[in-house]
Ligand binder design. Structure first.
Ligand code: PLP
Length: 409
């Protein structure tokens, strides 16, 4: 029996995470299924930002670098992420720059740690910025080259003594498919290569154990499931065992051993600090900090359990529709989104948005729906599935206005 809306409401009433919905500001009449692209606004963020802007910046001025702890904010937020969501002991994470820039840094460091090997393996269907960065970076490191796999399933066949680094997304941004991080990392290490993981669609979607999985380097977004706001700074993880030998290519003064000695020559700082580059974006960090305050109210295991329940429910409620689910039904292989394929996916998503059900579209034919357990309920999922059913059966998506494309899909 497929669950009714009443069944969903009863389950919501028993949900320990349900109260956290009040921590978010969402517009009336909107069902937000795009928290995997831009997380919702935590209710406490505007107040915290105003306090940082007016108090720490307006009144504290330059003194706030010391007095308000701005200087150590990249490492402090990194440690909090590591402790609560990423399974990393302190001193291995910083929050800074964008995912793209951090990827450049860790891939550069990883290639240098495997000098003599030439191949940087990545998936052909990886998020494009990952491939662009891999391409740009190998162009600057003589004797290295990207090698593209049709899928992660080809990894074992491709790994050999020439593989320097493997870059993989933990959760596929299109399909929502989840890889076994520990097992894949072990296979990469068995070939003598280093594992770099992109966690953009994992951080805040499910608990991760970076240290236990033996990961070498990782990067991920602050503005998706972490709710840090548009363009929020990203995070960068480097396992402690690599700190002494790692050299990242963006050698700015915030990564210098004696930053305020103003030496002309670069010397890397000890530890994770050497992965910093320039002045951190304090206001962006402040917004992410407010969001972490909310995250720390949630039990990560409960978040994962609810995420699987929500995605399962949506898959079940849309099973009989004329769409092709591409997200695995097997929980161990699923992140926190559902992707449905339909040749007219773009127009269907636009018709849903017109009804206040916000998902997104990835070319050529994928409709993506992100399920964020902190602010979505089972009733929301039921309502979203009903809206999709109505849009498909009424054919309202065929209206001409739904075919027009904006700059961002
Ligand atoms: C969202 C996303 C990015 C974004 O990178 P930015 O530098 O923040 O624009 C990178 N990789 C993956 C897999 C993503 O999903």
């Amino acid at each position: 029996m497929t669950p009714t809306r009443e069944d969903c409401a009863a389950r919501d009433a028993a949900d320990t995470l349900h109260a956290l919905r009040a921590e978010f500001t969402l517009p009336e009449g909107v069902l937000y299924l795009d928290g995997n692209s831009l997380g919702a606004l935590p209710r406490r963020t505007p107040g915290h930002l105003a306090a940082v802007v007016e108090g720490e910046w307006g009144t504290g001025l330059i003194r706030s670098w010391n007095d308000a702890g701005w200087f150590h904010q990249p490492g402090r937020l990194g440690d909090r992420l590591g402790a609560h969501l990423l399974g990393a002991a302190p001193g291995q994470l910083v929050v800074c720059d964008s995912t793209s820039v951090n990827l450049f840094k860790v891939l550069g460091a990883a290639l240098r740690l495997r000098q003599g090997r030439t191949a940087l393996l990545a998936e052909r269907h990886a998020f494009p910025t990952d491939l662009y960065i891999a391409d740009g970076l190998t162009g600057l490191y003589p004797g290295t080259r990207p090698v593209l796999l049709d899928s992660a399933a080809q990894l074992d066949a491709a790994l050999d003594a020439d593989t320097a680094v493997v870059l993989l997304s933990h959760v596929d941004y299109r399909t929502g498919e989840l890889l076994d991080m520990a097992a894949v990392t072990a296979r990469i290490h068995a070939a003598g290569a280093l594992a770099v993981w992109d966690l953009c669609h994992t951080a805040g979607a499910l608990p991760i154990e970076l240290d236990a999985a033996g990961v070498d380097f990782a990067v991920g977004c602050g503005y998706k499931y972490l709710n840090g706001g548009p363009g929020a700074p990203a995070f960068l993880y480097a396992a402690e065992r690599h700190h002494a030998a790692a050299r990242q290519p963006l050698t700015g003064w915030f990564g210098h051993a004696r930053q305020f000695d103003f030496e002309p020559g670069y010397r890397p700082a000890e530890g994770i600090t050497r992965f910093l580059t320039g002045t951190p974006p304090i206001l962006g960090l402040a917004a992410l900090e407010a969001s972490l305050d909310v995250w720390e109210l949630a039990d990560p295991a409960a978040v994962r359990a609810k995420s699987l329940e929500l995605t399962d429910l949506f898959l079940e409620l849309t099973e009989d529709l004329d769409v092709e689910p591409v997200t695995p039904r097997e929980p161990a292989l699923r992140g926190s989104q559902v992707a449905l394929r339909h040749p007219d996916g773009y127009a269907i998503v636009q018709a849903l948005i017109a009804r206040g059900v916000i998902g997104d579209f990835r070319a050529p034919d994928l409709m993506r729906f992100g399920f964020t357990p902190l602010y979505l309920s089972r009733v929301d999922v039921h309502d979203a599935a009903t809206a999709l059913r109505e849009v498909l059966t009424s054919g309202e998506w065929r209206a001409e206005r739904f075919a027009r494309r904006g700059d961002v899909t």
